[in-house]
Design a protein around this ligand. Structure first.
Ligand SMILES: [Zn+2]
Length: 310
């Protein structure tokens, strides 16, 4: 009786040793945490049900300003991989979360840390000395590249490569999905570009400079930004300047990210003949009906089409 019990205990001990020595991927899915829902949108397309995925910021939050909550540190403490946007977007909150998580896998330079911005050709790199007076400026360039479908298709390969390094058994599926993501993006780009080309007026005013990659990719013409400087709320004086610019340039479209207050945009709209404000979700999950990156692009193009409609 005693021996049987001893054998049972020994068995348990041996099994727990075996389980402990195996790579976690043999037993559980790769745990991936992303900084934003846009990054999650890309990672989900590649990882699908081979990974467990969570985003720190919600789509309805301004990704520049996220409160560094202890619960986020717990998420990171258990993660195998953190995928960040980079180019300074999360500089105000992610470094302190990483420090607080005390997970050596996620330290910059480790396989468990991937910053997409490092693999992107940035737009809008500021020239000369950067001062506080310039507003909340990103020294590495504009970080809002997730709104460029073509850059994201390129990044799909970067994500697939890293996921495959961390879970070799699923690597072929990751690269397959990156291929099909790139293919479907290329297909949709044809339709999107054709629709933008048909717009009678390609001039746009935005709230923040978050649509720069989008406007550049689609050949739209940004004529003004409601924020006088990045991160600085619009002033009455600057609104007057924008009204004058829109009248002079014959611009009609005012696109406002849905996490900003559209009040000043509506003030401009009332003062420019034919102007139309469109409050748009510019991030994955920023509004119902935007579960993927393609849905966000589609939503932006539909907003421009609504402005063009008489
Ligand atoms: Zn920004």
């Amino acid at each position: 009786m005693k021996l049987a019990r001893l054998i049972r205990i020994l068995n348990l001990v041996i099994w727990s040793l075996v389980i402990g020595s195996l790579p976690s991927s043999a037993w559980a899915k790769l745990k991936v945490v992303t900084s934003t829902t846009d990054v999650a949108g890309l990672v989900r397309a590649i990882g699908a049900d081979d990974i467990q995925l969570e985003s720190i910021a919600r789509g309805t939050q301004d990704p520049h300003y996220i409160e560094a909550k202890p619960s986020y540190m717990t998420k990171l403490a258990h993660a195998d991989l953190l995928v960040a946007n980079g180019l300074g977007l999360e500089v105000g909150w992610l470094p302190s979360l990483i420090r607080g998580a005390r997970n050596p896998k996620l330290n910059p330079g480790q396989k468990g840390y991937l910053e997409l911005g490092e693999s992107v050709a940035p737009l809008d790199i500021p020239q000369g000395t950067i001062t506080r007076a310039m507003g909340d400026i990103h020294p590495e360039g504009n970080p809002h590249f997730t709104l460029d479908p073509e850059r994201m298709a390129e990044l799909a390969k970067v994500v697939a490569k890293r996921l495959g390094e961390l879970d070799t058994s699923a690597a072929p599926r990751f690269s397959e999905r990156a291929e099909s993501f790139a293919k479907s993006t290329a297909q949709r780009m044809k339709d999107w570009k054709a629709r933008v080309d048909r717009l009678p007026n390609k001039k746009v005013v935005t709230y923040h400079n978050s649509l720069l990659y989008f406007t550049t990719r689609f050949g739209l013409q940004p004529v003004g930004v409601l924020e006088p400087k990045p991160g600085i709320p619009p002033s009455a004086q600057h609104a007057l300047d924008i009204i004058a610019t829109m009248k002079r340039e014959n611009a009609k479209a005012i696109l406002v990210d849905n996490y900003f207050d559209p009040k000043i945009a509506h003030h401009v709209e009332r003062n420019v003949p034919g102007a139309k404000v469109q409050v748009v979700g510019i991030a994955v999950e920023s509004a119902p009906g935007l579960p993927t990156l393609a849905d966000v692009t589609e939503g932006l193009i539909q907003a421009l089409e609504r402005v063009a409609r008489p």
